[in-house]
Design a protein around this ligand. Structure first.
Ligand SMILES: Cc1ncc(COP(=O)(O)O)c(C=O)c1O
Length: 350
C-alpha cells in the first residue's frame, strides 16, 4: 500500500486527543482536547464538508460543473472550498459581516466567491446570509445548497468519525463531552455514538450569552431575546434541525470575556493555538465539572485554529476596543512588541 495520500481530502479527520496539563494544575478532573485545527482546512468543518459533498454526489444532487452554495460563518466555507478546489466545483459563500477578515481571505484564496450580508438581521429577513444563499441556489443552474444547519449528513459524519475517534483515543474512559453548538452537528453526532457505547456519558453544550439554545433547552421557549456576542461559529438565533436537544445533558452559558480570557491563556500555557469557540467550550466544561462529585475524564472539542483570529482575540488593540482587555494590562506585558532600542533600555532598567 502506498504511503502517500491521493489528495488532501484523505487527510481529513483522525485528529489528536491531547491532555491539558498546565491550565488547571489543581483540578481533580482530567481534561482532554480533541484538537480539530489539525484538519487540513484548519477546523472540524472539513469533516462535514467532505461528507456533505460526497453524499450529495452519490445522490446525484451535485453533478460535475456544479456550484456549491452555503451560508457559512467561515469554517464550513473553508472545508467546502477545499473540497471544491480538489473536485473542481465553483463555490459561493454568504457570510455575516462580523466574521473576520482572515476568514474571507482564506475562502478567496481557494477561489471561492464571498458575499457579505448584514449581521443584525433576523434569519428569515431577505438579506440574511441564509436567505441570500437560498436565492442563489434557486437562480443558479446546477447549484447545490449544502444547508449545514439542517443537512443530516453533517451529524452523521460526526457519528461515523469524530465520535468513534474520541471513544478509541480515550479507550472508552470518557465521562463527559463538552462543546459549543453552531449547527449542532458535532455534539449531536458524537452524543449519539458515545451514548450508544455507554449511556452514562454526559454531553454538555457551552452556549454564548446571546444565543437562544440554552433557553430552548431549559424553558422550551426564548426567555432572553437573541443578542450579539463576539465568539464566532457557535450559538444560534434559531433552532437548527441538527441541534438534537434530546441528546444533550445540560447547557452552560459563557460570556465573551470568559471565552476570550481562557482562549488566550490556553495558547500561552498549553501551546494550542485555538480560536475563541475552543475557549468557550473549555469554560463550559469547567462549569459542568464543578457539579461533579467524582474525578472525571472530560473531553472538550477544540473546533478551530487561532490563526483565523489574529486580528481579533490575539490583537490587543481589538481586545481593548471591544472591552475585553484593560489597556493598562497591555502596557507592560512581556509579550508586547518592542523596538531593539526599547528592549535594550528595558534590559538596563533591571
Ligand atoms: C469556530 C467554530 N466552532 C464551533 C462550531 C460548531 O460546530 P457545529 O456546527 O458542529 O455545532 C463551528 C461551526 O460553524 C465553528 O465555526
Amino acid at each position: 500500500m502506498s504511503k502517500y495520500y491521493k489528495n488532501i481530502l484523505e487527510t481529513v479527520g483522525h485528529t489528536p486527543m491531547v491532555q491539558l496539563k498546565h491550565i488547571f494544575p489543581n483540578s481533580k478532573h482530567n481534561y482532554f482536547a480533541k484538537v480539530e485545527y489539525l484538519n487540513p482546512g484548519g477546523s472540524i468543518k472539513d469533516r462535514v464538508a467532505v461528507a456533505m459533498i460526497e453524499d450529495a454526489e452519490r445522490r446525484g444532487d451535485l453533478k460535475p460543473g456544479g456550484t456549491i452554495i452555503e451560508a457559512t460563518s467561515g469554517n464550513t466555507g473553508v472545508g467546502l472550498a477545499l473540497v471544491g478546489a480538489v473536485k473542481g466545483y465553483k463555490c459561493i459563500f454568504t457570510m455575516p459581516e462580523k466574521m473576520s477578515e482572515e476568514k474571507r481571505a482564506i475562502l478567496r484564496a481557494y477561489g471561492a466567491r464571498v458575499v457579505i450580508t448584514p449581521s443584525s438581521v433576523e434569519p428569515d429577513h431577505p438579506m440574511s446570509h441564509y436567505s441570500v444563499a437560498k436565492k442563489f441556489a434557486q437562480e443558479i443552474p446546477g447549484a447545490f445548497l449544502v444547508n449545514q444547519f439542517h443537512n443530516p449528513d453533517n451529524p452523521k459524519r460526526h457519528y461515523e468519525t469524530t465520535g468513534p475517534e474520541i471513544w478509541d483515543q480515550m479507550e472508552g474512559k470518557v465521562d463527559m463531552l463538552v462543546g459549543g453548538a453552531g449547527t449542532g452537528g458535532t455534539l449531536s453526532g458524537c452524543a449519539k455514538f458515545l451514548k450508544e457505547k455507554n449511556p452514562q456519558v454526559k454531553v454538555i453544550c457551552a452556549d454564548p450569552i446571546g444565543s437562544i439554545l440554552y433557553d430552548l433547552y431549559y424553558h422550551k421557549k426564548i426567555v432572553d431575546p437573541p443578542g450579539s456576542y463576539k465568539v464566532e461559529g457557535v450559538g444560534e438565533d434559531m433552532l437548527p434541525d441538527n441541534v438534537h436537544l434530546n441528546m444533550y445533558d445540560g447547557f452552560f452559558k459563557v460570556s465573551d470575556q470568559e471565552a476570550f480570557d481562557i482562549t488566550r491563556e490556553l495558547v500561552a500555557k498549553e501551546g494550542l493555538l485555538v480560536g475563541p469557540s475552543s475557549g468557550l467550550a473549555l469554560v463550559g466544561a469547567v462549569k459542568a465539572a464543578e457539579k461533579l462529585e467524582k474525578p472525571a475524564n472530560i473531553v472538550v472539542i477544540f473546533p478551530d485554529s487561532g490563526r483565523a483570529y489574529l486580528s481579533k482575540a490575539f490583537n490587543d488593540k481589538w481586545m481593548v476596543e471591544n472591552g475585553l482587555l484593560d489597556a493598562e494590562d497591555t502596557k507592560n506585558a512581556f509579550n508586547r512588541v518592542l523596538t531593539a532600542e526599547e528592549a535594550l533600555a528595558d534590559l538596563k532598567k533591571k
